[in-house]
Design a protein around this ligand. Structure first.
Ligand code: ZN
Length: 268
């Protein structure tokens, strides 16, 4: 016969699922410590976290109105490192039921994002690597661009082909928005090339614009990694939020583009 404490405790299955749902990361958003490690005994792992009760079975945040069987339900559990578990259970006025529920929810979402974003970012980087490298080489030779299909073996770097291939690769791999961005950059760059060709002999430099365009594309890549994205924004000193950041970067590129075209017109 189980005593009351045993009855209100989580089953081993519930504990396992609670820890796995957050990949053993402590659910306190200020902590997020990985609460599992290899044990010195190579046949064991060492859990440094616990499945804690949101509504305490006896002490912290206890609600006597709860049914006896509700304390051990998975909905009432949260995975925490041992330090955070101790803190939330001894300072239970500060760490309320609502607060812990929010932590649990946020951390599960965080893990969900982490899994998907990392895979997507890696995939995107692999897909784009050679194209981005090629575009960077082009920076040094702004007058050697070839935006036509007619001369694939000429001296120029065939931009149209490169961009079209990259757009297709991205699209086929379900990076739809990134494919759209590449399409826009390609169209803009073609316009600049045409302008240069129409004004043969004029010293033109599209390096600056193209670097901006690549930077914009990199922002889209970094969107998949919030950490490197925030580092980038810190460097750039941009403090706006969410999609506003992307819009801002976009308008900066558009502005640069217009400046260049205006510059070209002076010589036309
Ligand atoms: Zn913790």
């Amino acid at each position: 016969m189980k005593n009351k404490r045993q009855y209100r405790d989580f089953t081993d299955t519930t504990k396992r699922i609670l820890s796995e749902r957050v990949a053993f990361i402590c659910s306190n958003p200020q902590c997020r410590r990985l609460a599992i490690k290899p044990h010195e005994n190579s046949a064991k792992s060492n859990r440094i976290g616990d499945a804690g009760h949101i509504v305490g079975a006896f002490g912290p945040r206890h609600d006597p109105k709860l049914k006896e069987s509700d304390y051990r339900k998975i909905e009432n559990g949260i995975w925490l490192c041992k330090v955070c578990h101790k803190i939330v259970d001894t300072e239970d006025t500060k760490y309320t039921i609502e607060e812990l529920k929010r932590w649990k929810n946020e951390t599960e979402n965080y893990v969900e994002e982490l899994v998907l974003q990392d895979t997507r970012l890696r995939q995107l980087r692999i897909l784009c690597h050679s194209y981005i490298s090629a575009l960077r080489v082009v920076s040094g030779k702004p007058t050697k661009l070839d935006y036509t299909f007619e001369n694939p073996f000429g001296n120029g770097i065939n931009l149209t082909r490169s961009f079209m291939e990259l757009e297709l690769v991205l699209f086929e791999n379900t990076f739809i928005r990134e494919a759209e961005i590449i399409h826009c950059i390609w169209q803009d760059l073609t316009a600049v090339c045409q302008n240069i060709n129409n004004n043969a002999g004029i010293e033109s430099n599209i390096t600056e614009w193209k670097n901006e365009a690549i930077k914009l594309f990199m922002i889209y890549i970094m969107r998949y990694s919030s950490d490197s994205y925030s580092k980038y924004l810190q460097q750039e000193g941009v403090h706006t939020t969410g999609t506003k950041r992307i819009e801002l970067a976009k308008s900066q590129v558009a502005l640069k583009m217009n400046e260049l075209l205006e510059e070209e017109k002076k010589y036309a």
